[in-house]
Design a protein around this ligand. Structure first.
Ligand SMILES: C[S@@+](CC[C@H](N)C(=O)[O-])C[C@H]1O[C@@H](n2cnc3c(N)ncnc32)[C@H](O)[C@@H]1O
Length: 253
């Protein structure tokens, strides 16, 4: 399936997925929260930690910095940031109280403090020019990305960096086809093994469609530049199935 042209992609994504995003997804993450991390290890054939380490390797940290993880879920990124540099302040925001409760316990077990907020990331409840680093991992497919990336730009300090990681739409049609086939199998397999509830099972097709309508690595770089990010750089893994993007909020003048 070819997604709509880049110029109309956001509108098309919102029209198609608005109901799932606003009414169903929160129930899905409430359902999967207790087994979210284990299911991802299984579905990725054990590569989950490698994905996280590869993403973290693209992020430069300095003591004293203030970081925000958007759609933080079970705090995988926040914890990994603190493991690399304990002398930073980490904030997290996610709409799912269930995912964040698992994340709070995970952080506490490691002796870390992550300042969590429960809320919708389309309006970030933080002042302008506030964070040195903002991250988002495995979540953009579920969002109005232009709105959220614009909010991230607002809360970043001038010179601050946005780091993005997500599954992307591979540019090569053959890779794309194999990728969707594998994901279809994974969704069925993990749904069975982890005894997913009806909310998660009903959204299996959505997870594939959301990816089919999403951006390739190159397209996402264009979106970031159009929103005012500079020094945009992208790195992909597994033939473009996964991408890490970085963009900087420019200094004034
Ligand atoms: C696939 S999980 C990713 C969690 C985490 N970033 C990770 O790396 O494991 C997607 C997360 O996005 C959150 N989410 C989806 N839409 C959201 C929204 N509009 N506002 C806030 N959080 C949202 C979900 O609650 C869920 O925790």
């Amino acid at each position: 399936m070819n997604p709509p042209p880049l110029a109309t992609r956001e509108v098309a994504r919102e029209e198609r997925f608005r109901t799932v995003w606003t009414q169903e997804l929160n129930r899905v993450f409430a359902d999967v929260a207790p087994y979210y991390d284990r299911a991802n290890h299984v579905a990725s054939l054990g590569l989950w930690k490698w994905f996280l380490d590869s993403f973290l390797n693209t992020i430069e940290l300095r003591p004293g910095q203030r970081a925000l993880d958007v759609c933080a879920g079970t705090n995988a990124v926040g914890i990994a940031l603190l493991e690399r540099e304990p002398a930073i302040e980490v904030h997290a925001i996610d709409r799912s109280g269930d995912m964040q409760e698992v994340g709070r316990q995970r952080a506490q077990a490691k002796g870390f403090r992550i300042h969590g907020v429960i809320g919708d990331v389309h309006e970030l409840p933080f002042p302008d020019n506030h964070f040195d680093i903002v991250t988002i991992q495995w979540a953009s497919r579920h969002l109005r990305v232009k709105r959220v990336f614009g909010e991230i730009h607002r809360v970043l300090k001038p010179g601050g960096r946005f780091h993005h990681c997500d599954m992307l739409r591979p540019a090569n049609p053959l890779v794309e086809k194999l990728y969707y086939g594998y994901l279809r199998f994974c969704l069925a397999f993990t749904g069975f093994v982890f005894r997913s509830g009806p909310a998660a099972l009903n959204c299996k097709q959505y997870f594939l469609s959301a990816l089919q309508m999403f951006y390739s690595a190159e397209e996402l770089s264009i979106v970031l530049r159009d929103l005012g990010y500079r020094e945009v750089a992208a790195k992909t893994l597994l033939a473009g199935m996964i991408g890490f993007h970085r963009g900087t909020k420019p200094l004034p003048g």
